[in-house]
Design a protein around this ligand. Structure first.
Ligand SMILES: Cc1ncc(C[n+]2csc(CCOP(=O)(O)OP(=O)(O)O)c2C)c(N)n1
Ligand SMILES: [Mg+2]
Length: 358
């Protein structure tokens, strides 16, 4: 793998291609039509993300964690996966869920608060969002070890943030995965912020350095370069499948929106930072690349825009069609068997609801 401090880039912010001695070969098969598909994915997920943010502002969702700015990190890594690979995301990976084939309406119940989940993880090979910071990395380490015990040839990827690297769970997950050479890709989206704390408060050294301590290969990649992210993730997955164990990928990107719809980033962030990262926009550079190659006609652009608009409409419809579940159903399925404590809580809550109705 490359020099640990290098940030791998295959497409510059003005859309020119770079050759990288280690990673370009991993995207040799990607032609202009494929790049256009990656572009379309990014445009569509940016649009559905904006729609979900609007739905929250209109009171239709309880909360949303916007991915604006992180489209390339999510699409590039998710499109590197095979269908039988498994994904353990955190709560911002709507773009990854989209690539796994999760239906748009299935992304809504969790954020509308009508269900604790939204989709069947085994149908798409992606777990539902994890709010407990870093917990999903342990699930991934265990799943990866399970792949080996079963003698399978798939791999697992887990997504977490820069802030999560300060969490013990992430450290334990990397320790186990490395010691057992489990087929796990640790994909850190370093979006520079953990709510209002800058990444400089999490670590004095680049996050990628942490992989070294566990003896795993580690790579920093321009997280706003979809092609570079695709290449490094393919390389890490290949290594994992060959028995080479885990890799830590640090995708250097930026969270352009709020942490969630509950905070106001203007309280802690300089406008100049935002402007710099708008310049490094993940979608714009691919648009420039495609246009320069004559591979994005007006008709192509219109088709992509129509696709994004219909995806947004589908998401909105899926959200508005959700019925409120019966209040007491929140006690269902907590345990597989009846449980005395849960039953007591159910009775207590039912009694409380009775006081509201009278
Ligand atoms: C164990 C735990 N501690 C604290 C929180 C509260 N919390 C939610 S998101 C967050 C910041 C996470 O930042 P980062 O890992 O960089 O991910 P990002 O939101 O930037 O994608 C915190 C502290 C939590 N959900 N779980
Ligand atoms: Mg972060």
């Amino acid at each position: 793998m490359s020099d640990i401090d290098e940030i791998v880039q295959l497409v510059t912010i003005t859309g020119e291609r770079h050759i990288h001695p280690d990673f370009s070969t991993y995207v040799d098969d990607i032609d202009l039509a494929d790049i256009r598909k990656l572009y379309e994915d990014m445009v569509v997920v940016r649009r559905i993300d904006a729609e979900a943010t609007a739905l929250q502002r209109q009171g239709q969702l309880g909360l949303w964690a916007p991915l604006l700015g992180q489209e390339a990190a999510q699409i590039g890594s998710a499109r590197a996966l095979e269908p039988d690979d498994f994904v353990f995301p955190s709560y911002r990976e709507h773009g990854v869920a989209y690539c796994r084939g999760v239906e748009l309406k299935e992304m809504m119940p969790f954020w509308r608060g009508t269900s604790l989940s939204g989709w069947d993880p085994h149908r798409y090979n992606i777990a539902t969002p994890a709010i407990i910071i870093g917990a999903q990395t342990l699930h991934a380490a265990g799943y990866g070890m399970g792949i080996d015990f079963d003698g399978d040839n798939s791999a697992v990827i887990t997504y977490f943030g820069d802030g999560a690297t300060s969490q013990g769970d992430v450290s334990e997950a990397m320790g186990f995965a490395a010691s057992f050479a489990a087929p796990v890709v640790f994909f850190c989206q370093n979006n520079q912020w953990a709510i209002s704390e800058p990444v400089t408060l999490q670590t004095r050294a680049p996050i990628a350095h942490r992989g070294r301590g566990y003896g795993m290969p580690t790579v920093r990649v321009d997280g706003n370069d979809v092609l570079a992210v695709l290449a490094v993730t393919r390389a890490a997955l290949e290594l994992a499948r060959e028995g080479g164990g885990p890799t830590l990928i640090e995708a250097v990107t930026y969270r352009r929106g709020p942490h969630t719809t509950s905070d106001d980033p203007t309280r802690y962030r300089a406008p100049a930072d935002d402007a710099e990262w708008i310049r490094r926009d993940p979608i714009e550079r691919i648009r420039l690349l495609l246009e320069a190659a004559g591979a994005l006609s007006d008709e192509d652009a219109k088709t992509i825009e129509d696709h994004a608009a219909s995806a947004a409409a589908e998401l909105r419809r899926g959200c508005l069609e959700l019925d409120d579940p019966p209040a007491l159903s929140m006690f269902d399925d907590v345990y597989a068997e009846p449980h005395a404590l849960i039953e007591a809580e159910r009775r207590e809550y039912a009694a409380y609801l009775d006081t509201l109705e009278s």
